[in-house]
Design a protein around this ligand. Structure first.
Ligand SMILES: [Zn+2]
Length: 150
């Protein structure tokens, strides 16, 4: 099994979470895979070295399938369910500039830092970052499926 750590995180921390079926966006970073979150923190610090007056702000971590389907229907996402947010290995980020939420930070620089640290960004979603490459997603979904049905 290639992604046993992610399967275990999903099974131990996400399925039992009170946010599991939340229809509202979730920002709880405890639902992120810890090794993914650690890399994010490192990248955010790199960003702050260049832009000391800004912070990177996580707008969404875990996402329930209920909310994912809502996003799909309204065109906010291309995925109907079991997106990478659902497994705690994706985050959406924006910025805090003068303590205000902003989308006008330097996404190009931040995305470059993400890539340099082996994270995956999407061409079609500026603020999205995830732990595994897109072509690996179905492998992960299969592994999680068999892991939780064991
Ligand atoms: Zn996203």
């Amino acid at each position: 099994m290639k992604y046993e750590n992610i399967c275990k995180h999903f099974s131990d921390n996400i399925i039992n979470s009170e946010s599991y079926e939340s229809s509202k966006p979730v920002r709880n970073t405890e639902l992120l895979l810890p090794e993914f979150y650690n890399i994010l923190i490192y990248c955010f610090n790199e960003y702050r070295k260049k832009y000391p007056n800004q912070n990177v702000y996580i707008t969404e971590t875990y996402r329930s399938n209920v909310l994912q389907q809502k996003y799909f229907k309204t065109g906010k996402s291309k995925i109907r369910n079991n997106g990478m947010h659902h497994f705690g290995i994706a985050a959406d980020v924006a910025f805090l500039i003068n303590d205000k939420l902003s989308y006008k930070g330097d996404y190009n620089f931040l995305r470059r830092v993400f890539k340099e640290n082996n994270l995956t960004v999407l061409d079609w979603e500026l603020g999205h970052v995830q732990f595994i490459p897109v072509p690996e997603q179905n492998t992960l979904r299969r592994e999680i499926n068999s892991y939780i049905n064991e």
